[in-house]
Write a protein that binds this ligand. Structure first.
Ligand SMILES: Nc1nc2c(c(CN[C@H]3C=C[C@H](O)[C@@H]3O)cn2[C@@H]2O[C@H](COP(=O)(O)O)[C@@H](O)[C@H]2O)c(=O)[nH]1
Length: 341
């Protein structure tokens, strides 16, 4: 097979050859118009990452960068068979599910004096200690606990060997280029290598590597070591929530056959053709929404709070999905159990 396509190239190629997932031009425009109304608001700006999410670090120091690194290293596969029966983590008087249950567990561990964000700790943390750190308040544990343990040990050892135990050193080797940091991460840390194949081509999504770069940009507030000159080349993050919200908003459509399969809760394996089409068309869909939104802001000379990029659109849509969980109940998300998203 020939060279590896970038996530954006992969997405365009998949969208052109997709059989069960389609982008709806009218839906793309409607989502762009929804976002246009928010263009000058508090959400579509880098500061929203801290302002809107109480579990995210407020600092912009080395400890905060290492919080982002360990959290994004474990940022995958929170979905459960039934929404009523899932892992929940209580922290600071609130109960968290899904991705936020991971953040709550990390913050809870730190408060218990467990140095979970230190590579020297998680490079040799035991499975029992990880089970304790990520423990659920229900009888449903966080999925893939054994994989999370293996990845913590593997990643911690590499961070110690190659970057003196701090992800900030990795950031500082990227010449303030988001693309260089992305490639340094996937070259250095195997669990971030979210690559597969489609129609004989090697394709990449790099979902966790891209969100790691984005969250590093966010925690550093786009300044200093986090002032990436090419941050706008990072695309949305191909997870299992964005496809669901894009279908809900009418920008993405599934064939009857695929929709029926998803409504039955059938599991799609990682790299399966339909799973790849869902992720690739979602990524391409957000790129088209961004292009349309930039056109609309120019036409209407709309004020924006700084450059709008695919990261900010992704964050907004992911938060939107969280806030509209009930309304979206009828739209299935695809079930793939893997360590990549
Ligand atoms: N595309 C995209 N996928 C994202 C995120 C995030 C967390 N980022 C937030 C945190 C700080 C920022 O302010 C962001 O708002 C998690 N995920 C993915 O979702 C899935 C979990 O979903 P649920 O089961 O509902 O919790 C899982 O695959 C996880 O990897 C995002 O932003 N974009």
């Amino acid at each position: 097979m020939d060279g590896l396509l970038t996530p954006r190239e992969s997405a365009e190629f998949i969208a052109e050859n997709s059989r069960d997932v389609f982008i709806d031009g009218g839906g793309v425009r409607r989502v762009a118009e929804l976002l246009l109304a928010k263009a000058a608001g508090p959400e579509l700006r880098v500061g929203a990452w801290k302002a809107l999410h109480e579990l995210n670090p407020k600092a912009a120091d080395e400890a905060a960068v290492n919080w982002v690194f360990v959290t994004d290293t474990l940022n995958f596969s929170f979905w459960s068979e039934s929404d009523e029966h899932r892992c929940l983590v209580g922290y600071g008087g609130k109960t968290y599910s899904g991705y936020w249950s991971l953040c709550a567990a990390v913050n809870r561990a730190l408060e218990e004096g467990i140095p979970i964000t230190s590579a020297s700790y998680y490079a040799t943390v035991t499975l029992d200690e990880v089970r304790h750190i990520l423990r659920s308040d229900t009888d449903v544990p966080m999925p893939l606990i054994e994989e999370r343990h293996r990845i913590l040990n593997e990643t911690g050892k590499i961070l110690l060997e190659k970057f003196e135990g701090s992800f900030l050193n990795c950031v500082r080797k990227s010449d303030k280029s988001a693309q260089k940091l992305l490639h340094l991460v996937v070259e250095s840390f195997p669990s971030y290598r979210d690559v597969t194949q489609f129609e004989g081509k090697r394709i990449s999504f790099y979902k966790r590597a891209q969100i790691l770069v984005a969250d590093t940009w966010s925690v550093l507030e786009g300044k200093g070591d986090g002032c990436f000159k090419d941050i706008s080349r990072i695309t949305m993050f191909a997870d299992y929530r964005l496809p669901q919200v894009l279908v809900y908003l009418g920008a993405l459509k599934y064939s009857d056959e695929l929709l029926e399969k998803l409504l039955k809760g059938e599991v799609l394996s990682y790299g399966n053709r339909q799973e790849v089409e869902i992720r690739g068309c979602s990524l391409w869909c957000v790129e088209l929404i961004r292009d349309c939104l930039l056109e609309l802001t120019e036409k209407k000379d709309e004020k924006t709070s700084g450059e709008i990029n695919s990261i900010l659109l992704d964050y907004f849509l992911w938060d939107y999905a969280r806030d509209h969980r009930e309304d979206m109940k009828g739209i299935p998300f695809h079930r793939t159990r893997c360590i990549y998203y």
